[in-house]
Write a protein that binds this ligand. Structure first.
Ligand SMILES: Nc1ncnc2c1ncn2[C@@H]1O[C@H](COP(=O)(O)OP(=O)(O)O)[C@@H](O)[C@H]1O
Ligand SMILES: [Mg+2]
Length: 400
């Protein structure tokens, strides 16, 4: 508890953009987010006064950081579970708890748990030698999808295996490097969806409209909220699925269930949904909620981990979100000048920048555009994001 305000203190491990935007929401709740950042100048460390420096794999750093916080939560899933269990034993309130978080940290564990709950999974197998992959590929058909069980993000840690020969080369290489592996059948999908929910320790659940996520080179770069053309029935099924997972795993906080939609439409007994992976924190697929929903995912995450009643998740408007990625070549025009031109052209585009240095492919920010999820709104969002990253208008628009 903060003795000067009488309000709780939330500590977030990780100083990236999710912590930065959680701090933005914390301010409105009268709080200052406390952040544990690895290095100086990280996205969240730049904006909260309560930043501590230390590594998330260092138990003592975690312990010191947790002191004086009412609840410990996360901007990423890289804190070792054993450290979290130690902290819990020492009386620290950790949300989501290590028992739940394990399923966002380890994709093999997650697959096994989803299978035991009878929830829609692709075929999968643990891989401890090349022959496991060869057998699985022959049984399920090439290509198959090889994944690092832990530590992957933005497509790093996911490999398509096209043949037995490829498996015989790549699998031993990764195993030798100490990567634990699983294999999944390649799911034939029409698109990717995300069902974002929140759950409080009291057991309250809330679901946002299900969104479509568009990936480019393994990175989610565009979000359509709600997913266009998704039937009411399938929307409901996806929300129920995510709320059920949150309940079964005893999740506290925001959770995204990344889904594959395997058939168009919906409305038959086969839900047409397959689980991809879980994230137990605010998620890229929920950035649209900052402008497009009554309650943003960041506010909701705080409310959930503090066991406050949850906020309504009604959309204010359909929204398109586009990520701003670092351009292959950093433009000479300053970000400041890019913003001037962007705002001049599109006064209605909402910009969220993370305060990060520009590097090719790095997530530097996102834009939200409120409006019908159609080609016009999508083109505007993509155009705005591209302008901010590359300082060029793909449609040849002249800035003068
Ligand atoms: N079993 C699968 N079948 C088809 N595509 C897949 C499969 N698993 C992953 N992918 C593709 O790879 C992307 C990244 O995989 P994911 O497990 O979500 O890794 P990350 O942790 O990097 O987000 C997914 O968004 C999807 O496009
Ligand atoms: Mg993913």
């Amino acid at each position: 508890m903060d003795t000067s305000t009488g309000l709780p203190v939330v500590g977030m491990v990780g100083g990236g953009q999710l912590a930065r935007m959680t701090h933005q929401a914390a301010i409105a709740l009268g709080q200052s987010l406390r952040v544990l950042a690895v290095g100086e100048g990280e996205a969240a460390g730049l904006v909260t006064a309560a930043v501590a420096h230390g590594h998330h794999t260092d138990l003592d750093a975690l312990r010191t950081f947790a002191r004086g916080t009412d609840v410990l939560t996360f901007d990423h899933e890289h804190v070792p579970g054993e450290h979290l269990r130690t902290l819990v034993d020492e009386g620290v309130v950790v949300r989501p708890g290590p028992g739940a978080l394990a399923y966002a940290q380890n994709k093999l564990l997650m697959r096994e748990r989803m299978a035991s709950l009878g929830l829609p999974n692709p075929a999968f197998v643990e891989v401890t030698q090349a022959s496991d992959a060869v057998t699985f590929g022959e049984d399920h058909g090439w290509p198959v999808v090889l994944k690092a069980a832990t530590g992957g993000y933005d497509g790093k840690g996911v490999w398509q295996l096209g043949s037995a020969d490829e498996a015989r080369v790549l699998v031993p290489e990764l195993l030798d490097a100490g990567v634990s592996l699983l294999l999944e059948e390649r799911v034939p999908m029409v698109r990717e969806l995300s069902a974002l929910v929140a759950r409080s320790p009291f057991g309250q659940g809330a679901a946002w409209p299900v969104v479509e996520t568009v990936q480019s080179e393994g990175i989610n770069t565009e979000v359509l909220a709600p997913a266009p053309g998704l039937s009411e029935e399938r929307m409901q099924q996806a929300q129920d699925l995510a709320l059920r997972i949150a309940e079964e795993l005893d999740v506290a906080g925001v959770m995204a269930v990344e889904l594959f939609e395997t058939s168009p439409g919906g409305g038959n007994s086969d839900s047409g949904l397959v689980i991809n992976e879980l994230a137990m924190r605010p998620h890229n697929s929920g950035h649209w909620t900052m402008d497009g929903s009554r309650t943003s995912q960041f506010e909701q995450h705080l409310r959930a981990v503090l066991d406050y009643p949850l906020g309504t998740t009604d959309p204010l408007s359909p929204t398109v979100m586009a990520n701003v990625l670092g351009a292959p070549e950093t433009p000479t025009m300053s970000v400041d000048e890019r913003l001037h031109h962007l705002y001049a052209r599109y006064p209605d585009v909402k910009v969220h920048l993370y305060g990060k240095g520009e590097r090719p492919g790095r997530k530097l920010g996102h834009v939200n555009v409120l409006g019908p999820v159609d080609e016009t709104t999508r083109a505007k969002a993509r155009m705005a994001a591209h302008w901010l990253s590359a300082a060029e208008w793909p449609d040849g628009y002249s800035i003068h």
